[in-house]
Each structure stands twice: as structure tokens, then as C-alpha cells.
Design a protein around this ligand. Sequence first.
Ligand code: FAD
Length: 386
Amino acid sequence: MERSVSKELLLVGAGFSGAVIGRELAEAGHKVTVVDARSHIAGNCHTERDAETGVMVHVYGPHIFHTDDQEVWEYVNRFTTFKPYVNRVKTTSKGQVFSLPINLHTINQFFDKTMRPDEAREFIEAQADTSIEDPQTFEEQALRFVGRDLYEAFFKGYTQKQWGCHPSKLPASILKRLPVRFNYNDNYFFHRFQGMPEEGYTKLVEGILDHPNISLHLNTRFEREQVDEYDHVFYSGPLDGFFDNDLGRLGYRTLDFERFTYKGDYQGCAVMNYGEESVPYTRITEHKHFSPWEEHEGSVCYREYSRACEPEDVPYYPIRLVDEKALLAKYVEKARQLDKVTFVGRLGTYRYLDMDVTIREALDTARGFLDRVENSEPVPAFFVDV
Ligand SMILES: Cc1cc2nc3c(=O)[nH]c(=O)nc-3n(C[C@H](O)[C@H](O)[C@H](O)COP(=O)(O)OP(=O)(O)OC[C@H]3O[C@@H](n4cnc5c(N)ncnc54)[C@H](O)[C@@H]3O)c2cc1C
């Protein structure tokens, strides 16, 4: 339904957050400007065809769409065709290739056994360190769940490389549930809907942004003074960056990708993890396996390295340990003093968000905004609990 009084709205960032909120508000009749500092849309989900091989590459790391949210699934399917895709991950450890997440095949192969589910459950319970009653750290949690052998082969080195610190320094909450399956299901995700956009994520975001009320400006960095030019701003850039980091920087991990090509099939799967500390990278992604319906003779692979994010790097994973949470609280307080800016998305709210959650929150934010406008109520700095 078109509103009679249309507002001038600025969306900072052309990732899923900015695109979906922008689309919803444009459809409601508002005039929407989307800016992004990068030369492309889709944020960290950006995909492009590799010039040398023709393979669709996930430029900022592998992205698999999975969700239980029917509305979000229908939403993304409105703008592009999704192909069936099941994420199956392998890991190389101790000179062998195993299946992840740890399942009955992994357990039987690792311990050189042929156990049935009940036997394996009993066996793993016997491995678990039951002297740890209330696990506080990642390491304790893993030892409590799976015991030392599986912890050292599959969690310790990978986690150390991923987070740049020993698992005994990380909170137990990172390893939430029992990370083991007592059957042969090696589908990485449990969600009802899973797939890959046939022409990549950038094409999908292009479809979302394609609306006559949306004007898009790439290579355009947002400056805080611009707030005055608009009725409201939705900001999906880094929360601390909005305030020029004046209270300090929120910690992130960043990723470096070492690209290499191969003639043929390099590793036979999309993602191969490397759990051992002696291997400096965390995983190798072979992008053509994300599009199994396509055929390419050549192959593009990324070796992925994780490290602390410096000011000029792309922020990937928020760290959210005790120090960061204290600083975050101060920035949230500052943000709440503003009256025309709403902070959204993974960077604006300093949380790791899967794409489906990002889209869900974007839809809810747009609806929340429209309701506030309709009822002449103030629009909050955050629609979610950060
Ligand atoms: C390595 C990795 C793998 C992932 N894999 C998956 C997966 O398999 N499945 C899944 O569901 N999710 C995955 N995700 C999560 C997914 O990337 C996010 O859900 C998604 O990118 C969030 O979208 P966003 O719009 O909030 O942020 P972003 O995509 O980061 O978009 C923010 C945009 O804002 C722009 N911007 C920032 N500051 C400014 C400024 N001052 N001026 C102008 N523009 C600015 C940036 O250039 C960027 O384009 C993964 C994330 C990572 C890091």
C-alpha cells in the first residue's frame, strides 16, 4: 500500500540488510537511496564469475543458504531461482579425511570400529570427561561432550586458528550443543530449506534492489553529516565506525584468501577443513562444487587464513568476548542518543548473523519502521536486542 506522505530514506550498505529494508520501504512508497562504499552490491555475500575459469566464486568466503523460516525462503525465491544444495563438509586430520559434523561414520573411522548408534553413544559417553560438571570454557565443553581424542583431532587446532587464542580462553557458549550425531547424516545443516542461488547471491540482491523508488550509489562512503539530509537513516556499517571509533575499536577476526587454480577437480568437495595446528590455514574452498549443476574444466580454490582484523581489513566475525561486550554497551548507549538513525545487520549490531536471520530482521525492521511512522512514534536505534 502506498503511503500518502513519502519519506526520504538513506540505507547505508547494499548487503542483505540494506537491500531488504530498502525494498520493503520502497514498496511502501518511500524514496530510498542506497549507498555502498564498495564497487559491488551484496556485501559479504557477493559472488562473481572468475574470469579465468568461469566458476562462480564466493568472494568473501563460502555462503550456503539454509533456513526454517518459510517467509524468508519464499522471499528469496521471489527474486531468483534456487537450486538444491546440501552442505557436506570434510576435514583432514591425522593423515585421513573424515566427515563433519562428527557423525557415526566419523566415529567409526576415527576409532577403527563398526559400532551401531547405541554402542557409539555409550562409547562416546565413556570418552567424555565427566569430572567437568559445569563447563566454563570451549575446551571444557568439548572435553565434557566428546573427550580428549576427538577434541584434539577436530576442535582444538581449528578453533585455535579460527579465533587466534587457545580454546581454554573462549567461552563454552561457542560450542552450544552436543556436536556429534549418532547416525550417518552428514548434512551440515538441520534446516528445512537449503539451497544455492543459481546465478549467485549478487544476482539475488540485484533483484531485491530493482525497484523504481530505489536509487543505488556504489563507491560511495557514507559520512555522518548526511544524516541531516534524510528523514531517517538505516546504517548497516560497523557500529564503532559510525562514531569514528572514538571510544576504541570493537574486535573482529578477518580472513585472508589465497587463491589458486587447478585443472580438473582439486579436492572433490566444496569445503575441506584442516583441523591441525601445523597447517596454517583453516580450510580450502573449491568454489565450483557450490554449483554442482555447472560444468567447468578449470577450478578456483581459496586457502582461508584467519587473523585479527586491523583498521583497513574487512571485518568478518565479531569477537564478543568480555572486553568487546563492555565497549559495545558504550556504543549502544551513544547510538540510542541519536534520533534519526537505526543500526542494522551484522556490523551495525555487532553480531554474527546468518543470511536468513539477516533477512528476517530486515523484514521486521522495515515493518517496525512503517508502524512507527504510521503512529507518529519515535523510531528506535535498534529493533533487536544487541
Ligand atoms: C566467512 C563467512 C561465511 C559465511 N557463511 C554463511 C553461510 O554459509 N550462510 C549464511 O546464512 N550466512 C553466512 N555468513 C553470514 C553472511 O555473510 C551475513 O549474514 C550477511 O553478510 C549479513 O548482511 P549485512 O547486510 O548485514 O552485512 P554485509 O554483507 O557486511 O553488508 C554491509 C555493507 O555495508 C557497506 N558499508 C559499511 N560501511 C559503510 C559506509 N560507511 N559507507 C557505505 N557503505 C558501507 C559494506 O561495504 C557492505 O557492503 C557468513 C559470513 C562470513 C563472514
